[in-house]
Design a binder for this molecule. Sequence first.
Ligand code: 4NP
Length: 147
Amino acid sequence: MTHRILFVCLGNICRSPAAEGVFRARAPHHSSDSAGTMGWHAGNPPYGPMQSAARSRGLDLSDLRARQFTAADFNRFDLIIGMDDTNIADIESLRPPGNETPVRLLTDFAPETGANHVPDPYYTRDFDGALDLIEAAIDGLSSHLDR
Ligand code: 4NP
């Protein structure tokens, strides 16, 4: 079965486009997109340092463009995945009445890491650390979807 997965972070230029890039490379039989809870960077490609870190791992994020998460996304995807608790709260604040689309933390799919969120590399500058966590969680997510 093909799943429709939406990855969400704050700006949609670091963590969620990286998650989308890893997911589409590893699980091309599913469909995916990413969005930001804030619209500051709408229309922009992923942040240069994140693109460089991803490119070092063979991932090309250059075609991705930021957009803002909207309430309509609850009806367009089967699973919405945020990077931290603030993302989850901001996503939930737009849930349409009666909608039951699951919203999960990406790190829920990488329990072996002990992480409870993906730290924002825009602030920490640890792009490789964020990618390590994202890759581990996408492996877990892919197995979960295909089991
Ligand atoms: P992201 O990181 O949520 O992982 O895309 C951020 C990117 C930009 C900003 C904040 C977080 N910003 O404040 O512009």
